[in-house]
Design a protein around this ligand. Structure first.
Ligand SMILES: O=C(O)C1=C[C@@H](OP(=O)(O)O)[C@@H](O)[C@H](O)C1
Ligand SMILES: C=C(OP(=O)(O)O)C(=O)O
Length: 456
């Protein structure tokens, strides 16, 4: 098999685009949807089938975690993207279990609540870098719901590794947390609310909850599984107790991961089409439609008749002389996981872009504000970094650099986008893209070398 991923430790020469890219790129399933569906299928009273499953490090870790807790996953016709799922029988899950979260926010935040209903002692661990990611509010919420969670050398449990002492269904009731650090704190509680004997009445006490799309996604999937969450007032979610009944489902393509490919069209003045783009979706990546237009691209959507999806095409602007034109994006707020890709476009744009309300990205795979500022400096650009914003002046004269990945898939793809326009850019540890995009280096190389139909 041809592989474009270098051995660990080697730098990857990011392909330079000497011409506008032009391709149709089919994306695998969404990480956020896959991991929510997997959790709900494992908590369900009924078996179910999931198709379009993303196969990547984060989703493999979720399958392994739920398997350790007692669910089972069988590939249909040996296809890893189609799984028959037998739920956990919580009463049968006992003993000592260790779960590896890697660096996956969805695994480290969603699994402790799932473990709570078992009768096992579950150590939730992860990569060393995961120890920096905030966990306090979700753990506090579970403790308020009656779950026992401890950690060696932490009197108040705020980070991994931690131990969940499963004791059957938690009582639940009212829990108040500050979810300003991550929408996943709310999603984690929503996902297990129905398993609590009294359900859960979740209140967010802080100022701003990031990524409302991801909370809406959780609520939508719960509704499909027979759990209807109500929101009597802003920042409050009520989950009634009762059965979770996951039906057979199909995962939408990952619209956040469509970002780098669509950005390639913007920054080279090319054209990229992503098929199977859902007509309606809770994915935050749907925002590319308006976001990329702000950088001067044309965005069109062609529905496929008789279906609920269509082809999304992004065409970058060109001068009469055939040079790419990228306008600045202006102020853009609340981008969450779309920020690193947008930052890469902002680095190549002529005008200014300001990304605001992104302070919580300091608790993502790495401190993304700091990483984006550091890498910009290496490339010869000054970016203004505030507590919760980044300001790009635009019209930078960039120089080649080795872009660090910081074990962050989106920093690696940031480097790849820059590399399209800055010859001799390379990326340290491009293999980290396997977190959600295992075939990224090959697909990206195909895109730049002119292949027209790509399976990312
Ligand atoms: O629940 C999810 O699937 C996610 C929620 C968001 O987290 P934050 O609210 O921490 O940004 C997002 O950035 C992350 O990539 C995935
Ligand atoms: C923040 C991200 O991931 P996680 O699910 O690990 O939080 C991301 O994918 O950008």
């Amino acid at each position: 098999m041809v592989t474009m991923t270098p051995a660990p430790g080697e730098e990857w020469a990011a392909p330079f685009a000497s011409a506008p890219v032009s391709a149709t790129v089919a994306l695998p399933g969404s990480k956020s949807l896959t991991n929510r569906h997997l959790v709900l299928a494992a908590l369900s009273e009924t078996p179910s089938r999931l198709t379009g499953v993303l196969v990547s490090r984060d989703t493999d870790l979720m399958v392994a975690a739920l398997t350790a807790l007692g669910a089972s996953f069988t590939r249909v016709n040996d296809d890893p993207t189609v799984l028959d799922i037998t739920p956990i029988k919580h009463a049968d899950t006992t003993g000592n279990i260790t779960v590896d979260s890697g660096l996956a926010g969805t695994v480290m935040r969603f699994i402790p609540g799932v473990a709570a209903s078992t009768h096992a002692t579950v150590l939730v661990d992860g990569d060393e870098q995961s120890y920096a990611r905030p966990m306090g509010p979700v753990i506090d919420g579970l403790i308020q719901a009656g779950v026992k969670i401890t950690a060696e050398q932490q009197s108040k449990v705020t980070h991994l590794p931690l131990t969940v002492h499963g004791a059957g269904a938690p009582v639940g009731g009212t829990v108040s947390i500050d979810a300003g650090g991550s929408s996943q704190f709310i999603s984690a509680l929503l996902l297990i609310g129905a398993t609590c004997t009294d359900g859960l009445d979740i209140r967010h006490t802080g100022k701003h909850t990031p990524s409302p799309e991801h909370i809406a996604m959780t609520i939508a999937l719960l509704a499909e599984a027979g759990v209807s969450v109500t929101t009597p007032e802003p920042d409050r979610w009520v989950v009634p107790p009762g059965a979770i009944t996951a039906g057979d489902s199909a995962v939408e393509p990952d619209l956040s991961n469509a970002g780098p490919y669509l950005a390639a069209a913007v920054v080279t003045g090319g054209r990229v089409t992503v098929p199977y783009w859902p007509m309606e979706t809770t994915q935050i990546g749907d925002r590319w439609r308006t976001l990329l237009a702000r950088f001067g691209a044309e965005v069109t959507f062609e529905p496929v008749s008789g279906t609920n999806y269509g082809d999304l095409t992004v065409t970058g602007a060109l001068t009469a002389a055939g040079q790419p034109v990228i306008t600045g994006g202006g102020e853009i707020s609340d981008l969450a996981e779309l920020a690193p890709t947008t930052a890469a476009i902002a680095m190549l744009a002529e005008g200014p872009t300001r990304l605001t309300n992104i302070g919580h990205l300091r608790g993502h795979e790495t401190d993304r504000l700091s990483a984006l500022t550091t890498e910009a400096k290496k490339l010869g650009a000054t970016v203004e970094e505030g507590d919760d914003y980044l300001a790009f002046a635009g019209s930078y004269q960039l120089q080649p650099a080795v872009i660090d990945s910081y074990a962050d898939h989106r920093m690696a793809t940031y480097g790849a986008i820059i590399g399209l326009r800055v010859n001799n850019t390379s990326i340290a540890d491009v293999a980290t893209t396997a977190k959600t995009m295992p075939d990224f280096p090959l697909a990206w190389t195909q895109l730049v070398s002119g292949k027209r139909q790509i399976r990312a």
